[in-house]
Design a protein. Sequence first.
Length: 396
Amino acid sequence: KPRVSARLSAIAESATLAVTAKAKALKAAGRPVIGFGAGEPDFPTPDYVVEAAVAAAKDPVNHRYSPAKGLPELREAIAAKTERDSGYQVSPDDVLVTNGGKQAVYQAFAAILDPGDEVLLPSPYWTTYPEAIALAGAKSVEVFAGADQDYLVTVDQLEAARTEHTKALLFNSPSNPTGSVYSPEQTAAIGRWAHEHGIWVITDEIYEHLVYDDAVFTPIVRAVPELAETTIVLNGVAKTYAMTGWRVGWMIGPSDVIKAATNLQSHLTSNVANVSQRAALAAVSGDLSAVAQMREAFDRRRRTMVDMLAGIDGVTVPTPRGAFYGYPSVEGVLGRTIRGRTPRTSVELAELILVEAEVAVVPGEAFGPSGYLRLSYALGDEDLAEGVRRIQELLG
Ligand code: PLP
């Protein structure tokens, strides 16, 4: 018998982490590496959030276990926040507080999938989705949308991929890795199609507050209210409040599904750290001024990055209108000889960019097909301009 289970052997190493590790090693060796890999805001967590956590750490009530589902005050605040930001009502009983949005992703799939089920996964996709789907014993069916369609899948594409085994659709707008945002009309059309065919929607709304230009975030349940009974909403404080290290997310869904996921969580991790939950309570109960400030900085960097990348021969970059990622197609660069090397895949190109320009980017292979790079613009303005300038110089 194999030592490691087939289920876990099948999980791929996160390519995002691999690039980050390589960049860190180069940095540790004294190289001036500029990193576009990180999927986290470079801002500190707002003071009022940190202060709430300090107070919570001093209160003995938080030194004990709390309900696996989450602190009742926090679940109520999340329900209120959902009404404020998404425009529809949910019961606090249908909210489950999780260890980051990532645990919500895992538990959502675990709660509704059986072996043999298929999940429609728009590609490029965030790295964690296919692994969570596979861990639930189900199969991802990738539906690809390239740069020519702004990385947005159409109802026709989804319909062509639908089979009698299709149980769910993963919907992530604004998107990691592409930064694309579905319009209200596109969101409603996809929602209506899912409802018509009894397909569950797992909607990851963690970048809801990071939209630019004329893009608007459209909660799919507000667009198609009938979907409420077959939709699981995933969200968290990480991106909105610069709280990646605190590990608080949540899932909202129909009572039976939330109950099943809570049972799983009660055996897996019990409650989320109380101090973190109190910090999240302060965050979601407060206003949105902190994210408004971050959005302004991200927006400025986004425009700098896109303008500079667009000037490189062989690079096509749809203007990202959400999250904090640019996703250029580099198909026009592959096969070209650069400093004596000829990269044929985006993994090879990312490696060349790291070695020759000392800039870390994530290759498209981490998110689906080869031929793309993901650059996070959650880094300082000067580093950002210098990093893209080095890429220009290398490829130009
Ligand atoms: N969903 C998406 C699309 C993400 O990009 C991330 C983080 O990178 C998450 C969920 C999970 O974030 P966290 O577990 O830090 O809350």
